[in-house]
Design a protein around this ligand. Sequence first.
Ligand code: HEM
Ligand SMILES: *[C@@H]1O[C@H](CO)[C@@H](O)[C@H](O)[C@H]1NC(C)=O
Ligand SMILES: *[C@@H]1O[C@H](CO)[C@@H](O)[C@H](O)[C@H]1NC(C)=O
Length: 329
Amino acid sequence: MHSPTLFSLSFLLLLLLLLLPCTTHAKLRPNYYHKSCPNVESIVRAAVEKKFQQTFVTAPATLRLFFHDCFVRGCDASIMLFLRNNTAERDNSDDLSLAGDGFDTVIRAKAAVDSVVGCKNKVSCADILAMAARDVIALTGGPSYTVELGRLDGKISTKASVRHHLPRPEHALDQLMPMFASHGLSLTHLVALSGAHTIGFSHCHRFSKRVYNFRSKIRIDPTLNLGYAKRLRLLCPRDVDPRIAIDMDPNTPQTFDNVYYKNLQQGKGLFTSDQTLFIDPRSRKIVNKFASNATAFERAFVAAITKLGRVGVKPGYQGEIRKDCTRVN
Ligand code: HEM
Ligand SMILES: *[C@@H]1O[C@H](CO)[C@@H](O)[C@H](O)[C@H]1NC(C)=O
Ligand SMILES: *[C@@H]1O[C@H](CO)[C@@H](O)[C@H](O)[C@H]1NC(C)=O
């Protein structure tokens, strides 16, 4: 009587053990370059700090670059590839607004790493981007965390692969959730990662429909705080210069903090994709928790960006360590 259940149990256990390596990304680990380039983290940090001292945009630009890289073909620095015929990932309309300072940060950090004896061509661009993203979060007052390493650089970058893979500012929770879920990211991860909008800029056209809707009698999105909407109209006049960009967090635009969630509670989420997190009862509780407890936000953000960093990590035969981050070897 006992043996069949015992047998099926151990069979199940075996199956689980066999499946485990496929579901976890065992290859990533904190001390990946311990032997090949032991000081890689301090070399990258110094290069990022230097760039950050020159311009604040370094921080939001690098953080957003990491997100866009991971969501399309995984965290493989495919976003860094440059093709002469302008058909790379970065040429897609969704990526054209990525600030050049993010790319520049990775290129400079890579040059710094490669200038150290023994480190040349040992560290992937994908890992340098992951480290740089971690560093800019700390530089703007956010949490410090251990970054997992061991990613390889991808060899493919196409404009077409971006389609439908990046969230849009008009999206509501029903559209955002499946997009994040397809990368193994939960609703809590989604809410925590959106907190990245606590720093950085947005061009006016990304949200102008929320404040100038002439097709509707209600010209201002009713979910927007009226005072904030009026301020947005002042900052972004109707016939706005497309180059104008404004702070996404109107209160502490240069600090990585939980004020983003307090803004959402007041109807001051810049995009529909931000405000939906407070409007939708499924995520409102999470927003309220992060707004009232900065530690809870920081911990959740670290867990979420670590999970994001594991998306689509390349096995050996699909990747390489690029010599030049903008082209395949
Ligand atoms: C949830 C869905 C998301 C949507 C719809 C979205 C959309 C956008 C849009 C439209 C902009 C403005 C771009 C511009 O006009 O130049 C922006 C900026 C930014 N996003 Fe997101 N985003 C999302 C999630 C994220 C995540 C997960 C991160 C990082 C973890 C992130 C980091 C940033 C940063 C830092 C900026 C400022 C960029 C800069 O100042 O150069 N976003 N986002
Ligand atoms: C663009 O260039 C890349 C690399 O040189 C090539 O693989 C790709 O086929 C080209 N695409 C088009 C549409 O010409
Ligand atoms: C805030 O969140 C942290 C981490 O989740 C938790 O340990 C702490 O008890 C929370 N504090 C309050 C006041 O709820």
